[in-house]
Design a protein around this ligand. Sequence first.
Ligand SMILES: Cc1cc2nc3c(=O)[nH]c(=O)nc-3n(C[C@H](O)[C@H](O)[C@H](O)COP(=O)(O)OP(=O)(O)OC[C@H]3O[C@@H](n4cnc5c(N)ncnc54)[C@H](O)[C@@H]3O)c2cc1C
Length: 282
Amino acid sequence: MVEHVIPKTLREALEIINDGSFMLLAGGTDLMIQHRSSAHTPPHFNKNVCYLSNLKELKYITKDTHHIHIGAMTTFEEILSSPLIPLIFKDVIRDIASQGIRHLATLAGNIANASPAGDSLVYLYAMDAWICIESLKEQRICPITEVIIGPRKTTIKPNEIIKEIMIPVKQYHHCQWVKVGPRKADAISKVSFVGLAQIENEILKDCSFAFGAIYKTVLSKRDIDKTLIGLHTSQINQKLDEFIHLYEPWIQPIDDLRSNKNYRKQVAINLLRDFLLKLQGK
Ligand SMILES: Cc1cc2nc3c(=O)[nH]c(=O)nc-3n(C[C@H](O)[C@H](O)[C@H](O)COP(=O)(O)OP(=O)(O)OC[C@H]3O[C@@H](n4cnc5c(N)ncnc54)[C@H](O)[C@@H]3O)c2cc1C
């Protein structure tokens, strides 16, 4: 028999999961599918379950000078309705699942599920987001790249809970989100892309790119992105092939039911090239 518990506070939840025997359930939109049983029978959980969605203290969105802070139990629909959230992030979220799912699904769940095709992750990687993780004994704040380490693999320990997602406040005037899926709604990405750039007086001051579904985690390479910084927009075309050549070895998609690796690789390169070409003359 497994135990099902619904704590009322974060402290209570941390005490309950401290022995490491519990599975955390937020919106349940991934977990209920992963543990589904045959038709008309309840999902089969083989581990104790701690339900987090009642934790009102983890439902918030605030902003200070440096970060937007999103509490772990904030649902995608709540994020969509906040005036503090950048429009590009709202574009990403509108492409996640359907409205019904988004009323339950959380950003923390998307992170902990650690799918290379997780849509919100593409934006969080491009923004160099930080994740605040708490256990009874300590709190740690890590870059998202140190939390997600492989398909469905994270560094979150069984006695830890994601408490908050911190998105740096940065100005990007040129933003693009593209989700290539098998159909318009309710689709898992074949390839996804976020491009962000800041241009001042025709000089590229900052840029950041991230890709979903083409590597073992969402792919972002800030060291490569930096090679474009300082270019005049008229120089982007000359530098394009060299820049794409730096990214190419990292674009390592797989063949699966949704798509094949050659298609994915070519689409990812085309999306990057298209975004950069559009920056010319800005
Ligand atoms: C029909 C359908 C369509 C979907 N479409 C998309 C889509 O377009 N794009 C997309 O990216 N995803 C999609 N998903 C997947 C899913 O909705 C998202 O991954 C969602 O963000 C999961 O959030 P959740 O709160 O439901 O997580 P849950 O299912 O509750 O949990 C997911 C994982 O996160 C862990 N977890 C949850 N909260 C915490 C926490 N605070 N701390 C530590 N671990 C935690 C759980 O233990 C579990 O391992 C879809 C799902 C369905 C069913």
